[in-house]
Design a protein around this ligand. Structure first.
Ligand SMILES: Cc1cc2nc3c(=O)[nH]c(=O)nc-3n(C[C@H](O)[C@H](O)[C@H](O)COP(=O)(O)OP(=O)(O)OC[C@H]3O[C@@H](n4cnc5c(N)ncnc54)[C@H](O)[C@@H]3O)c2cc1C
Length: 487
């Protein structure tokens, strides 16, 4: 029997696994997909919010501010990209100015440091490409940008290195109470555990309903984005938000941690009723037009022709206004309805949830000796020339550049294939070492990544997926097709 099973491995499940791996506990993570971080954690704005948005006194306010501090430390310890570029909430009309003051006061009550309102002159100096209509802004220097899946994978890998078990392709379908805990059933297996964390994101209401009366509902909401080429990455220097208003929260324009520009998101309801329903993450023409129009309010000369990728993410909005962190049944903790700022808050959500469990079951978990709180991750292009030469001498694979846009070497791809949570798809490799993230979006390196991954997995290139299970890239030519082609 396991001590703890975590259902779902997005940033909340991975943070909980990382935190639990510090204790003498037998912990298992069950994830429905063939990799971790494929839910909301994969597709969002990637902002470490400073913490002026949530209502004071809510869990969101407390955990946002605590989480922002913890994320900063974790990114440093676990070798995850983190750029503290600060954020601006910009007022474009006189009637938006009181909102800046409200957000300032809210942030101060929440304990956000160094917030202040800046006037038009200072704003123009900081962001010369902003609309001439920009009047003033709330400046939050503690806000930052990260790569969300990189942090999730770093936390998941560290948990695994410290003894947590991770089982992929395990979609939880049923949970029954048994003596001393729960039996959790997936499509293929069943597992017994004393305690459970429900970190199933958009499906966290359905998992809750397997053990308790329905008390909340997830109301999924899609946000669409443009990702622009690095040539546009310095159009703004900070995360530029618009003032939230009656008509919506506006969209942001921000540099990414890799120097691209991200523009979005809008907000659209998405239906999901069943545990096995896939979420609709398609981009829509109407959605993209809406994002473009709103973003040009901030930066009128935005060059969306430099878009290299569109994507969307689905928010786990819920019928509750706050995060839902509660004991749903004895020893069963919901970490549910974790919408924005959930990425920022996740490490604090994990600590809070574990404390709640300890209190609820009247047990103090015992820390284990030898916890490894670091992650080695070679990024070839960040090495000095001498370090590069030395590495190539020792491992010649690092001398072959596969992804030309991002300068990623074969050595990094092969190292990713041997990482503690080995990827099984081309995008899994991308999430670990950045291949295909550049202007060509994998057009050049994709076929080589397929070959290398097939070699590492000992399978045919025909068996390699682009991303989720079944998304095959290559198809064997049939005799008939070959004949037609050569005719
Ligand atoms: C458009 C958008 C923009 C956002 N921007 C920001 C931002 O800038 N900053 C910020 O702080 N937050 C932001 N967020 C919020 C943030 O992304 C989420 O709060 C966070 O990723 C939630 O993580 P999670 O682990 O709870 O959920 P998820 O990442 O969705 O993970 C849930 C996991 O559970 C798995 N799962 C589901 N059902 C089952 C099952 N039955 N059995 C097993 N596994 C299951 C899923 O496959 C998934 O891997 C944004 C969200 C969106 C969508």
């Amino acid at each position: 029997m396991y001590d703890v099973i975590i259902i779902g491995c997005g940033i909340v499940g991975a943070s909980t696994a990382y935190e639990l791996s510090k204790y003498q506990l037998k912990t298992l993570v069950l994830e429905a997909e063939d990799d971790i971080s494929l839910g909301q954690t994969k597709a969002n704005s990637a902002i470490m919010h400073a913490g002026y948005d949530p209502e004071p006194g809510t869990l969101m306010a407390k955990l946002n501010v605590e989480g922002a501090e913890l994320c900063k430390e974790l990114c440093q310890k676990l070798s995850v990209h983190y750029h503290q570029i600060g954020s601006l909430v910009v007022a474009f009309a006189e009637d938006e100015l009181p909102t800046l003051q409200e957000l300032l006061e809210r942030g101060q009550q929440n304990g956000v440091k160094d917030l202040r309102i800046i006037d038009q002159a200072e704003l123009r100096e900081m962001e010369p490409n902003l609309s001439q209509e920009a009047l003033a802004a709330l400046w939050a220097p503690t806000a930052a940008v990260i790569n969300p899946w990189e942090l999730c994978i770093a936390l998941g890998e560290t948990a695994v290195v410290n003894g947590v078990e991770l089982s992929l392709n395990q979609r939880v379908q049923n949970i029954e109470a048994i003596t001393g805990g729960y039996r959790i059933t997936t499509e293929t297996d069943s597992f017994e555990t004393r305690f459970v964390f429900n970190a199933a994101g958009v499906h966290s209401d359905l998992i809750h309903n397997l053990v308790a009366e329905p008390s909340f509902k997830i109301t999924p909401n899609r946000g669409e984005y443009f990702l622009l080429d690095k040539s546009e990455g310095n159009v703004v220097n900070t995360v530029v938000f618009q003032c939230p208003s009656k008509v919506g929260k506006g969209v942001l324009v921000s540099p990414t941690v890799y120097g691209n520009l991200i523009v979005g998101p809008n907000s659209e309801a998405v239906p999901t009723e069943e545990l096995d329903t896939g979420l609709d993450t398609a981009n829509t023409a109407a959605g993209m037009e809406q994002v473009a129009e709103l973003a040009k309010r901030s930066v009128p000369d935005l060059n969306l022709r430099q878009s290299i990728r569109n994507f969307s993410g689905v928010r786990a909005n819920s019928t509750a206004s706050d995060f839902i962190i509660q004991e749903a049944a004895p020893g069963f903790i919901d970490l549910a309805g974790i919408k924005s700022p959930g990425l920022t808050s996740a490490p604090a959500i994990a600590k809070y949830g574990i404390n709640l469990l300890e209190e609820a079951v009247g047990e103090q978990f015992v820390e284990k000796a030898g916890f490894i709180d670091e992650r080695q991750h070679v990024i070839f292009q960040n090495l000095t020339l001498a370090e590069k030469n030395q590495l190539i001498k020792e491992q010649p694979d690092y001398g072959r550049v596969i992804c030309r846009c991002e300068t990623i070497t074969e050595g990094e791809i092969r190292a990713a294939a041997h990482s503690p949570i080995p990827p099984v798809s081309v995008d899994g490799i991308k999430r670990r070492c950045n291949t295909g993230m550049g202007r060509c979006q994998g057009g050049f390196c994709g076929p080589r990544v397929v070959e290398i991954l097939a070699d590492e997995l000992g399978v045919s290139p025909l068996d390699i997926y682009q991303d989720r299970r079944g998304s095959f890239i290559l198809e064997a030519a049939t005799k008939e097709a070959e004949v037609t082609e050569h005719a």
